[in-house]
Design a protein around this ligand. Structure first.
Ligand code: F6P
Length: 359
């Protein structure tokens, strides 16, 4: 067997653990393994693929990022191409991917990525590519799996930041508004907000009413708590307003979210009279050494993906259905983001503790 690995979309802590497990379990089976550099793009033009041995994955489990590189502008079905007049257009280069795959005599592809990458993997599988997916996202918004690697590390980083902000918020009697990643799902905001001691948590799943936020801050003020910590997911939006877009998507790319933090901070300052500061944790949440939980999950996902290839479970992704690793048809999870259920235990816990969720 000749197996290839690619990592696509935004990076996430523990991608390297996944790569290591894929390489070692493939070698253990006597297979050859190749790494495709920079997402699916590594199969286009000059193929950018490297043979992987034990040495190539030595000492990488604790490292952030991906040793294979990645891109979120690498959709072969919507490939960005610059015209002679400087304009960008999107072209379908999927046939070239299938040809490159054949030319390199590869037998299977393990595609590690979020919803976008898994969608591409699914479309390539429908066109005959033997592919197994591995779900990856710090946002935890891929359906069909209880959790994705990278999420735990991101939550730890965010909770740590919230905890650090408490002392300065309290000293200055300020409101600190913190934006965290989470396009369609508020898992990071909710989990870090709960564990980092936030007073207000705003998520995409609950369009917020700023009046409720002011009320919560005033209530704290009246009880002598003259500072507040507000966590807002980048995809959160007011109940009668839209998501805040930082930049429109260019050819081959999606729109960039961000900036809701400024809207919320300004409104709080104007309506409560409190001195307010805004900060965005952004890509900090994607960096750093993965937590032990994420390392283990990444290794388990990687090994399970190789098992799935051995069982010819193409068109599937591996998933954690605690305590088991299972395979799920990609078709079943496409375009169905895993959002925080409003009746979930964490949401109930937040409400029961008096944390304002903006509704
Ligand atoms: O991985 C998903 C994510 O973290 C989203 O929460 C965020 O909107 C996006 O990545 C940002 O990605 P980039 O700035 O790298 O394009």
């Amino acid at each position: 067997m000749r197996v290839a690995i690619s990592t696509g979309g935004g990076d996430a802590p523990a991608l390297n653990a996944v790569i290591r497990a894929i390489v070692l379990s493939s070698l253990q089976r006597g297979w050859e393994v190749f790494g495709i550099k920079r997402g699916f793009g590594g199969l286009l033009g000059e193929p950018n693929i490297v043979s992987m041995d034990r040495q190539s994955v030595r000492g990488i489990v604790h490292m952030g990022g991906t040793i294979l590189g990645t891109t979120n502008r690498g959709n072969p079905f919507h490939w960005p191409q610059r015209q002679s007049d400087g304009q960008w257009i999107e072209v379908d280069r999927s046939t070239e991917i299938l040809e490159a795959f054949k030319q390199l005599a590869l037998d299977a592809l393990i595609a590690v990525g979020g919803d976008g990458t898994l969608h591409i993997a699914y479309d390539l599988w429908k066109r005959g590519l033997p592919v197994v997916g591995v779900p990856k996202t710090i946002d935890r918004d891929v359906a069909g799996t209880v959790i994705t690697f990278g999420f735990d590390t991101a939550v730890n980083t965010a909770a740590d930041a919230l905890e650090k902000l408490h002392s300065t918020a309290e000293s200055h009697e300020r409101v600190m508004v913190v934006e965290v990643m989470g396009r369609y799902a508020g898992w990071i905001a909710l989990s870090s907000g709960l564990s980092g001691g936030a007073d207000v948590i705003l998520m995409p799943e609950i369009p917020f009413d700023l009046e409720k936020v002011y009320k919560a801050i005033r209530r704290r003020e009246a009880s002598g708590r003259r500072f507040s910590i507000v966590v807002v997911a980048e995809g959160a939006h007011p109940k009668d307003g839209a998501i805040t877009v930082k930049a429109q998507g260019t050819a081959g790319g999606v729109e960039r979210l961000g900036g809701v933090v400024d809207l919320v901070a300004k409104a709080i300052a104007e309506n409560t009279g409190k001195e307010t500061r805004a900060l965005t944790l952004g890509h900090l949440l994607r960096g750093g050494s993965p937590s032990a939980f994420d390392r283990l999950l990444g290794l388990r996902f990687g090994a399970a993906a190789v098992r799935a290839v051995a069982e010819e479970k193409f068109g599937h992704m591996v998933a954690l259905m605690s305590p088991n690793m299972v395979t799920v048809p990609l078709e079943a999870v496409m375009g169905k983001p895993n959002r925080v259920p409003l009746d979930s235990d964490s949401v109930m816990a937040a409400r029961e503790m008096g944390i304002c969720l903006g509704d």
